[in-house]
Design a protein around this ligand. Structure first.
Ligand SMILES: Cc1cc2nc3c(=O)[nH]c(=O)nc-3n(C[C@H](O)[C@H](O)[C@H](O)COP(=O)(O)OP(=O)(O)OC[C@H]3O[C@@H](n4cnc5c(N)ncnc54)[C@H](O)[C@@H]3O)c2cc1C
Ligand SMILES: NC(=O)c1ccc[n+]([C@@H]2O[C@H](COP(=O)([O-])OP(=O)(O)OC[C@H]3O[C@@H](n4cnc5c(N)ncnc54)[C@H](OP(=O)(O)O)[C@@H]3O)[C@@H](O)[C@H]2O)c1
Length: 486
């Protein structure tokens, strides 16, 4: 039996120890997906704990101007979709908001599914941000009433978030907008909905539901040609990446490169190094590109599109295993984060992660990977829910072999090359180094021999019955054959 500790944030409510057969931590797409599938299979005795005051995870917290998914839908559309999915599944009352799972009060659960996400905690690029005296906003904590009219704005970062924020802000009356770009991204055209928005909305669920890997086949255009066609020539050199396509997250963009023609926009190559009163310091290459120089930029508002604190693959949940060792400590002693089938670790019985180590794809939808992981988890926990198995846990040798294979496979991929949040100390902690077809098939056909499963008395009786029926069937066939021959 696993136990989690829950701190109820509502001060008027007295915490009391409770038992749920299944506790799901996090109500982002992963937690909601797991909950919907459980309900669909007829299990509704689960509770989803979410620390925020709304559900949707990424899509609840990321409200910066222009937020959207890579392909087709806006952030708010996807948030609505998740809300509708919860209502349709009839699981609203299973979700408990404002409930952060910490190490204070105790709830008990047979199975714990952690869906706490990876991209939750904002990454602060420098320590002394307080010295700015101006407004400092992280992309994932965008205040609803932000008005940047007439301001000198500096945006730090050139990842997917920045590429969505910059064109959206240039639609507003900012005085100037300077973007600090440390590393140029590869940019590919954002795809339009095949057949138009309405037809896509109508048919996509059936098409992707029937052929789940279809999303894999995204037409690729020449990234550099796309960049030079859209961006002003003065930026072509600094916008040309010096690393292979794919080892950092690509940007699917149709607006960012175009908006660089706006006379209020400047692209500055370099790193944010410090802030002072309404100013920021950028260290980057000089005009000849031979030396690094410091530049001071005016900043009434500093926008940090600097991503998330993903170093060392922080699992945002304190998890303690059977022997009292924490997940982080176990990972530290074994060389780094890893999980068998990206979801479970030996010593942590009945505990599963929806987005564990190596679940990122870099090239396909995170949602598809989560769906695969959820189906896999459901297959494993089904006998626990039916009372035939009490404990399910991957075998230590399977976990270690899995980890070795993931790291070895990474050496043959482009992810080996770049410095990115996909890696910690040279070790691939985030990306699945094989194709998602491979992962899909592994989830569809679980290797149960890699799991230790402790049977209950009921389970053993059922197994004996199955064996007895099997022996009886074989004996009957043998007698039949003998009778016919003799
Ligand atoms: C701006 C942005 C755009 C993205 N666009 C795409 C895209 O187009 N396509 C794509 O496939 N992926 C995209 N992603 C990745 C995206 O994170 C995933 O698609 C997916 O939404 C992640 O879902 P999740 O449930 O794993 O995590 P999250 O959405 O992060 O949800 C985790 C939830 O767990 C909660 N939580 C964490 N710790 C605790 C705790 N201790 N107790 C209780 N609750 C807790 C959090 O509050 C959060 O609500 C994007 C990410 C970002 C940041
Ligand atoms: N689908 C979408 O449309 C979408 C939109 C947003 C986010 N996402 C997802 O969310 C993830 C995070 O995206 P993100 O854009 O928020 O973060 P990110 O990809 O991690 O990008 C962070 C950016 O900040 C830069 N940076 C960090 N510290 C800096 C410093 N001191 N000075 C200058 N630049 C600095 C990084 O530069 P370096 O590259 O040099 O490190 C990088 O350009 C993505 O990988 C993607 O999975 C998806």
């Amino acid at each position: 039996m696993s136990s989690s500790r829950v701190r109820i944030l509502d001060p008027n409510e007295k915490p009391s120890p409770v038992f749920y057969p299944i506790a799901i931590i996090g109500a982002g797409a992963g937690g909601i997906g797991a909950a919907c599938r459980l309900k669909h299979l007829g299990y509704d005795k689960f509770r989803v704990f979410e620390r925020e005051s709304g559900l949707g995870g990424t899509w609840w917290t990321n409200r910066y101007p222009g937020v959207s998914k890579t392909i087709y839908s806006s952030g708010s559309d996807f948030l609505d979709y998740l809300g509708t999915a919860v209502e349709r599944a009839g699981i609203t009352s299973n979700i408990r908001l404002n409930s952060e799972v910490t190490m204070e009060e105790v709830i008990q659960a047979k199975i714990v599914i952690s869906a706490v996400g990876i991209l939750s905690e904002p990454n602060k690029p420098i320590a002394d941000l307080g010295a700015s005296n101006g407004q400092v906003i992280h992309s994932a904590r965008w205040p609803a009433d932000t008005d940047l009219t007439g301001q000198d704005v500096v945006v730090v970062g050139s990842g997917c978030s920045a590429a969505q924020i910059v064109p959206a802000l240039l639609q507003t009356p900012v005085k100037s907008l300077t973007q600090i770009m440390r590393t140029p991204p590869w940019v590919v055209p954002r795809l339009e909905e095949p057949g138009g928005k309405e037809a896509y909305a109508k048919w996509a669920p059936q098409i992707y539901g029937t052929v789940p890997l279809l999303g894999f086949f995204v037409p690729a255009a020449s990234s550099l040609a796309h960049m030079t066609a859209l961006a002003p020539p003065k930026y072509h050199r600094i916008l040309t990446p010096q690393y292979p396509v794919g080892c950092k997250r690509r940007i699917f963009d149709s607006d960012w490169l175009k908006c660089m023609h706006d006379s209020r926009f400047t692209l500055a190559s370099g790193s944010l190094t410090s802030v002072s009163d309404h100013e920021v310091n950028v260290r980057g290459p000089d005009a000849s590109c031979k030396e690094l120089t410091d530049r001071i930029l005016k900043a009434d508002t500093l926008i940090l599109a600097t991503g998330f604190d993903t170093h060392e693959f922080k699992h945002y949940l304190p998890v303690v295993g059977r022997d009292g060792i924490s997940l982080q400590d176990q990972w530290a002693t074994r060389g780094g984060p890893h999980a068998y089938m990206c979801t479970a670790v030996d010593g942590f019985p009945n505990f599963f992660m929806v987005r564990g180590p190596n679940t990122l794809t870099g090239h396909t939808s995170a949602i598809m990977t989560m769906e695969n992981t959820i189906e896999y988890i459901l297959r494993l926990i089904k006998p626990v829910l039916t009372g035939h198995v009490s404990i399910v846990e991957p075998k230590p040798e399977a976990v270690q072999a899995w980890d070795r294979a993931i790291q070895a496979n990474t050496q043959a991929t482009v992810f080996r090359v770049c410095t990115s949040w996909y890696k910690t100390g040279g070790r691939n902690v985030a990306v699945y180094p094989r194709s998602q077809v491979d992962y899909h098939l592994r989830c569809r056909f679980p290797r149960l021999s890699n799991w230790n499963r402790t049977m209950t008395v009921r389970g053993m009786n059922r197994q004996r019955r199955h064996w007895a029926i099997g022996y009886l069937a074989i004996a009957t066939v043998c007698f039949g054959v003998l009778y016919a021959v003799l």
